[in-house]
Design a protein around this ligand. Structure first.
Ligand code: DAH
Length: 338
């Protein structure tokens, strides 16, 4: 038996090396390692080996098993490599893949997020309120008289229930003051709705950002400083900003804010970007009527408020001439912001 082992080992390895495909590999493996395989038969014969020879024969047998196993593994790897090579035949793996089109944020999202960031740095927190509002929160509590044109059915979307689609985000001022106590410093970005004829500068659904600051001793210079800083951050420190006296029912005094827009090849011109003012005591009075406490007593607190059109800000920032581009989802337009 001692002499048989090297012979069988040599034969087995020759058999394995001659293998050319997966089928022949399996046959060879069975012929050597299978139950009736040559190596297995040697192992069975071990029991007949004389005791004093057992150690030596056992060693030989182990060495043979190791050599055969190594040959099998090498052959299997070689077959696999060959199969992989064939599978890739005719395929150019160096060919670059087709590029995936990258998505990007909508310009309105970009300008809104930027505006929020600037105001958050000044301590304003996000607030929110319903888009389906009632007349009280949209108009009455904001000191808007019953015969004010904004309340007209021609200008506002009313539901049969008497509710309406909010015409501005100023209603969030009221919602906030009903539940929170001063000091309050909030901003509320969101949609607003008006029955406007749609054209290059008007949509019936548009986007505003409302702000409200109520505390002790909030003054007009606070308002001015805050909003000037805001527009300088948004449009650059050189941007000229002016406050023009105006009227809003819910602020007194009230202003419209214009920024000076300089477009290459055009005369610079002022464009209105926001409304603002000091909260009218009549607004605090309606909050008092709701809350029944004196958290907003007009002799204790003052405040300022502002509201701006985000669509308008985006148009200014990127020189967009038609507001409808913001809702048409034309990829040729939108991809410029990605
Ligand atoms: N709500 C006004 C509008 O939609 C904008 C506005 C003006 C908001 C003055 C304010 C404000 O908070 O103080 O035109």
């Amino acid at each position: 038996m001692k002499d048989q082992i090297p012979t069988i080992q040599t034969e087995a390895i020759a058999l394995i090396e001659a293998v050319a495909d997966a089928r022949a590999f399996e046959d060879a493996r069975v012929a050597v390692l299978g139950k009736k395989g040559s190596l297995s038969q040697l192992a069975t014969a071990m029991k007949d080996v004389a005791k004093e020879d057992k150690a030596e024969v056992g060693q030989l047998l182990n060495a043979a098993r190791q050599a055969i196993t190594a040959a099998l593994e090498a052959k299997q790897a070689a077959l696999q490599a060959e199969a992989d090579k064939q599978a890739l035949e005719g395929i150019d793996v160096t060919l670059p893949a087709r590029p995936l089109a990258l998505g990007g944020l909508h310009p309105l999202t970009l300008i809104r997020d930027e505006a929020i960031q600037i105001l958050r740095r000044m301590g304003f927190a996000l607030a929110d309120g319903p888009e389906i509002e009632d007349e009280f929160h949209c108009f009455d509590a904001l000191n808007t008289p019953a015969d004010h044109p904004a309340r007209n059915e021609k200008d506002t979307f009313y539901f049969d229930s008497g509710k309406l689609l909010r015409t501005h985000t100023s209603s969030v001022q009221i919602r906030t003051m009903e539940t929170a106590v001063p000091p309050i410093r909030i901003i509320a970005p969101g949609s607003a709705y008006r029955r406007d004829e749609i054209d290059a500068t008007h949509l019936s659904v548009f986007n505003q950002l409302e702000g409200l600051y109520v505390a002790e001793d909030v003054s007009l210079p606070d308002l001015k400083g805050t909003l000037e800083y805001f527009f300088h951050e948004l449009f650059g420190p050189e941007t000229a900003v002016r406050f023009r006296p105006h009227f809003f029912p819910f602020t007194e005094p009230s202003f419209e804010i214009d920024v000076k827009l300089t477009v290459k090849g055009q005369q610079p011109r002022w464009i209105e970007v926001a409304g603002c003012g000091m909260v009218d005591p009549a607004v605090f009075e309606s909050i008092h009527g709701q809350r029944k406490d004196d958290a907003f007593a007009a002799e204790k607190v003052t405040g300022f408020a502002f509201g701006m059109g985000l669509d308008r800000l985006a148009m200014i920032r990127w020189g967009i001439r038609d507001i409808r581009l913001l809702i048409e989802n034309d990829v040729r337009f939108l991809s410029q912001f990605a």
